[in-house]
Every structure is written in structure tokens, then in C-alpha cells.
Design a protein around this ligand. Structure first.
Ligand SMILES: [Zn+2]
Ligand SMILES: [Zn+2]
Length: 411
């Protein structure tokens, strides 16, 4: 087994380096998808391709009755220029695998191979999802999707497209792994329930009447209204949301397009976003934002227009399954290497929609060689390659223990 793992490590390092050199945009991962489909076929899996243009699903059927477990990797990269000097640095200008999705693909391919060789060890089926576009994708790619007949009326991500295609209908449980350089190699971190927050974006335009800065009485200034609105938005979570819920707003962009210091602006625009774990809180904010904007605008003789882009929903782990996964991974990695925590991350992932369709866990796999390793989305991002086969073992262990336990419960 050890020698086998050694060989697998070498093979995976080659796959990883190749994927890292050629990062691709979300919904345009054609090269990656080709490599994935070919590898899965070679392992003897049934393979479905071109879901959401580039998505690939491998199905491994043991031939014996049982439940279906889903494991997932995302394939897209980021519009970031790589600054690391590793020998397999990106060859694509302005694009980089800075979120480790190349590692996700590599590790899931490794897991497919190991599990395909261990078909006699389980009953039921394993679905391997290689989804496109977990990160934000471009308007051009959304347009391409629409042309191909996909519903993009709400913002589409790889996970939403996979769910719309019905790929989760027969899934009984899922495990979704993401690499994390902030955690040392060999450790995993699992949230009990709340794993990652929702993320929605809004743009509010307040329109007044432009004029000379010396004569504001002849104009209608939207800037004081904007200032009031910014305060009101920041006040809302503390006054209107239950204090035990989590909700964070950030307004990252404030502008008065076309205006200058000695003028009264015609328009004031703010762009921001909010995150929470509770769908009811999310719905409440979506109702309150236009009310606040409209009320404050009209009190200031302005008009308000709000655009909301619905982002990803919260990522919430199944409490029983997260406890089970933590206990099982302790057997594999040792007690000290499994962090089982109440502390969620306020960042977002598109996998929340999978966790709504079937009970599952999202968890972090440590890939940090040393303390202070560059974070995800950092141009110096770099992973400890030793984590590749650890990731494979974690996937395999999860799949086999889920199948065994849930098949037993279903008997
Ligand atoms: Zn990311
Ligand atoms: Zn990611």
C-alpha cells in the first residue's frame, strides 16, 4: 500500500503541475475537463461530460445495492497574475490557480483511481463531481451558458448548473473538501454546522439634481442622503437582526460619477455586500435594503434605485454527518489532526446548494507547509504537495465510511 501511495504521489504531482501551469476561466475549463474525462474513463468509470459547457461527472457503481455518495472538485481558476516562483507557475498571463482548485481536481482523480481499484470493498455508488465555475464567472461566460440553453436568470455557478441538471437527485450524502494553507499539512478542520456564509451584492444609486457647489439650494445633493444610508445600513444588523445571528455588511465602493469637488453631484452610488448563515436573515435584509434606500432617498428629495445580485447561499453542514466525519477522520489522521469546530468562516462557496439537496459536509484540508503561508486568492499562493495523497486518503476514507454507515442505517 505504501509503495502504491508513493507511485500515486508521483503521478498526482505531475497532474497537479500540469493543471497549475494552464489555469482556465470558469465555464471554459475545456482542457481540464478533457484531462479529467480521459482519466476517469481509464479508471473504468461511467463518464458524463459537457454539463454547464465543461462539467464532468464520473460514476463508480459497485454493482451491489446501496446508497449514492457524492465527492466534489471545482475546476476553475482566478483572474490573478501569479507571482510565485515555483517551477510549475502559471503560463497563462493574468490567470492563476490561487484557490487550489487544481489540487481539488488532482486529489479527486486520485480518489477515483483508488476507489475504482477497491470496488469489492463497498456497496452502492460514488459520484465524482468535477464542476465548472465555483468562483465568480464573467458576463461573457454567463451569456455562453444562456446560448447553450441553461437558465442564468439567477446568477449561475457550476454547482447551481449541476443541481439544475438533476445530478443531485440520486445523491444520499456528500463530502466537499477545500484546501486551506492556513492549516498545517496533515490536518483537517470541520465545522459542526455553519461552515461558510451566504454572499449577496448590491448597488444603490441615489439620484438628486446636480449643480454648483456654491449654490446647493438650487440643486438636490444625493451625497448627504448617501451618508445617511451608509449609516443606516451599518446600523441594521445591530438593531434589527437577532444578536445571536451572524450578519456582516461591507460597502467597498462609494462614488459620485461625473462629479467633482466644487459641484453638487447628480448621482451618488454605493456598492457593497452582505453575508449571513441564516436564510431568513438573508430574506429579511433583501426586503429591508430597498425600504431603507427608498425612505432615506425620499426624505432627502432624491430617488433611489437598487440592483441586487444574488450570490451563494450559506454552506451548512449536517450536524450528524459532520460529527461522524470528524470521528472517522480521527481514525485516519489521529485525534490531534482533526479540528472539529463551532467557528465558521464568513467567506462563501457555491457548494451550499449541494448541502441543501442532500446531507453533507464541507471541510478544510490543511496544505500549509509553514506558518504564514500565503492565503487563498493570494498571488503567491503555494501548496505543500505532500497534501495531495493525504487528500486522496481523506476522500477515500470519507466515501467508504459514509457508504458503510448509511447503508447500515438503511437496512
Ligand atoms: Zn476561491
Ligand atoms: Zn475555492
Amino acid at each position: 500500500m505504501l509503495k502504491k501511495m508513493d507511485e500515486l504521489q508521483k503521478e498526482l504531482e505531475c497532474i497537479y503541475a500540469d493543471l497549475h501551469r494552464y489555469p482556465e476561466e470558469g465555464f471554459a475549463e475545456y482542457r481540464t475537463a478533457g484531462i479529467v474525462a480521459e482519466y476517469l474513463k481509464r479508471c473504468g468509470l461511467e463518464v458524463i461530460t459537457e454539463i454547464g459547457l465543461t462539467g464532468v461527472v464520473g460514476i463508480l457503481d459497485s454493482g451491489k445495492p446501496g446508497i449514492t455518495v457524492m465527492l466534489r472538485a471545482d475546476m476553475d481558476s482566478l483572474p490573478i497574475e501569479e507571482l510565485s516562483d515555483c517551477e510549475y507557475a502559471s503560463k497563462v498571463q493574468g490567470r492563476m490557480h490561487a484557490c487550489g482548485h487544481d489540487a481539488h481536481v488532482t486529489m479527486l482523480l486520485g480518489a477515483a483511481r483508488v476507489l475504482a481499484e477497491s470496488k469489492d470493498m463497498f456497496s452502492g455508488r460514488i459520484k465524482f463531481f468535477f464542476q465548472p465555475a465555483e468562483e465568480e464567472s464573467s458576463p461573457e461566460r454567463q451569456k455562453k451558458l444562456a446560448e447553450a440553453g441553461y437558465d442564468v436568470s439567477a446568477y449561475a455557478s457550476g454547482a447551481s448548473i449541476f443541481c439544475d441538471a438533476g445530478l443531485m437527485e440520486d445523491v444520499d450524502a456528500c463530502a466537499i473538501m477545500h484546501v486551506q494553507p492556513g492549516i498545517p499539512t496533515g490536518k483537517v478542520s470541520i465545522s459542526k454546522t455553519n461552515a461558510m456564509a451566504s454572499s449577496d451584492m448590491f448597488t444603490i444609486t441615489l439620484t438628486g439634481k446636480g449643480g454648483h457647489g456654491a449654490q446647493p439650494q438650487g440643486a438636490i445633493d444625493p451625497v448627504p442622503a448617501m451618508a445617511e444610508l451608509i449609516s443606516a445600513i451599518h446600523m441594521m444588523p445591530t438593531r434589527e437582526i437577532n444578536a445571536v445571528e451572524t450578519c456582516v455588511f461591507s460597502i467597498g465602493e462609494v462614488s459620485t460619477p461625473g462629479s467633482t469637488w466644487n459641484a453638487v453631484a447628480e448621482k451618488a452610488v454605493i456598492r457593497g455586500g452582505f453575508r449571513t448563515f441564516n436564510q431568513a436573515v438573508r430574506d429579511y435584509i433583501k426586503k429591508r435594503l430597498p425600504e431603507l434606500a427608498g425612505g432615506i432617498a425620499s426624505a432627502n428629495r432624491c430617488r433611489a434605485h437598487l440592483d441586487m445580485i444574488q450570490g451563494y447561499r450559506p454552506c451548512v453542514n449536517d450536524a450528524e454527518l459532520s460529527a461522524f466525519t470528524a470521528a472517522k477522520l480521527k481514525e485516519l489522521l489521529g485525534d490531534e489532526n482533526v479540528i472539529y469546530t463551532d467557528m465558521p468562516a464568513m467567506t462563501s462557496e457555491d457548494c451550499g446548494i449541494y448541502l441543501e439537496k442532500a446531507p453533507g459536509v464541507f471541510f478544510w484540508l490543511g496544505i500549509g507547509e509553514r506558518e504564514g503561508a500565503p492565503a487563498l486568492h493570494n498571488p503567491y499562493f503555494h501548496m505543500d504537495l505532500r497534501a495531495l495523497t493525504i487528500g486522496v486518503q481523506v476522500h477515500v476514507h470519507n466515501a467508504l465510511s459514509f457508504l458503510e454507515e448509511l447503508n447500515r442505517q438503511g437496512e
